[in-house]
Design a protein around this ligand. Structure first.
Ligand code: TLP
Length: 339
């Protein structure tokens, strides 16, 4: 199978498994797992933050970030297709008791002006806005990278209104490699940043939330409350640490493969997409002449997995287990299947 459903499907390499096998471990809830601590320190260093906390999943990192920066009844503001709201099972409402105020951005990205119109004045009828969330790269936005100038303007406005800033950086590594701006240049603008090790970086499990010491102390309590306090987690942290040190640079290959896929797709008659919009490893395209779920089934029968994201759109994500040869195979199968 060529699996383009997501970059979450990657398998650990033999070298990564060896690092996991050999990991020194301890009870991480007591702060005694040396491998978890090493991963947290390295993550904080890369992001330029005081501290980081290892988490079981990106969803938990995001939701702990929401919980530790809001109180029930508050409001958080983000683009309407942001993972925190769109794909996290209503957790912001269920676990933090907050409502989500939506901005209709472009490919997941919104301007300071759009944020300004979403911020309501203090009034007895309105929830109090506390947090702005942005996602970089933006998953539903087709892997779009937030320009630093836009982030800077959004932050300036958020600070003026005393709002805190969270970045879902599940794929921040991709933004850094593709833009040439190191992760910390983005992270600088945020109080909290979540990152994932189990997507493009190829580790089997894990995420981290980073921020200042005080916020991370609060986050640690909510991680425990949400059931995310892990014990000998060094086994999995070792995979994440290996991924962090060895698999970041190679993301450029995934971006090149995504671009090759996009360019090939754009030349097929039954498909609509603009390859120039493919900046990282996510390729979203429209299927013009058949229902996307039907094309999905057809591809599956031919050994290719994609994600039908609606009746007429498909998402394909490149990652370390997909080669250039696989991309060529996918293009030749699609050329026969799209019409
Ligand atoms: N995204 C998954 C699905 O949930 C859609 C995927 O296949 O892309 N932030 C972003 C931007 C994400 O894309 C994801 C996963 C998460 C957070 C959640 O990470 P996990 O799956 O570790 O909870």
């Amino acid at each position: 199978m060529i699996d383009l459903r997501s970059d979450t499907v990657t398998r650990p390499t033999p070298a990564m498994r060896k690092a996991m096998y050999e990991a020194e471990v301890g009870d991480s809830v007591y702060g005694e797992d040396p491998t978890v601590r090493a991963l947290e320190e390295r993550t904080a260093e890369i992001l330029g933050k005081e501290a980081a906390l290892f988490m079981p999943s990106g969803t938990m990192s995001n939701q702990v970030a929401v919980r530790c920066q809001t109180e029930p009844g508050d409001e958080i503001i983000m683009d309407y297709k942001t993972h925190v709201h769109y794909y996290e099972v209503g957790a912001a409402a269920a676990l933090s008791g907050v409502s989500c105020r939506m901005i209709h951005g472009k490919r997941g990205i919104f301007s300071a002006a759009a944020l300004e119109s979403a911020i309501r004045p203090l009034n007895i009828h309105y929830p109090v806005a506390k947090l702005v969330c942005i996602e970089n790269t933006h998953n539903k936005g087709g892997g779009a990278i937030w320009p630093l100038t836009t982030i800077t303007a959004v932050e300036r406005l958020a600070r003026k209104h005393r709002l805190r800033m969270h970045m879902d950086g599940a794929r921040l590594w991709h933004a850094a490699v593709a833009s040439g701006h190191p992760e910390r240049d983005y992270a600088n603008h945020f109080d909290t940043v979540s990152v994932c090790f189990s997507k493009g970086l190829g580790a089997p499990i894990g995420s981290a939330l980073a921020g200042d010491q005080d916020t991370m102390l609060r986050a640690e309590r909510f991680r425990k409350q949400f059931g995310g306090g892990m014990r000998q987690a060094g086994i999995v942290a070792a995979g994440a640490l290996y991924a962090l040190e060895h698999q970041r640079e190679r993301l450029a290959e995934d971006h090149a493969n995504a671009r090759a896929l996009a360019e090939g797709l754009a030349s097929l008659p039954g498909i609509e997409l603009d390859p120039h919009l493919v900046e990282t490893n996510v390729v979203n395209f429209r299927v013009l002449h058949r229902p996307a779920p039907q094309l999905y089934e057809d591809l599956k029968r031919q050994g290719i997995l994609v994600f039908a994201t609606s009746q007429d759109t498909i998402r394909a994500v490149t990652h370390c287990d997909v080669s250039r040869h696989d991309i060529e195979t996918v293009l030749s199968v699609l050329a026969r299947s799209v019409t």
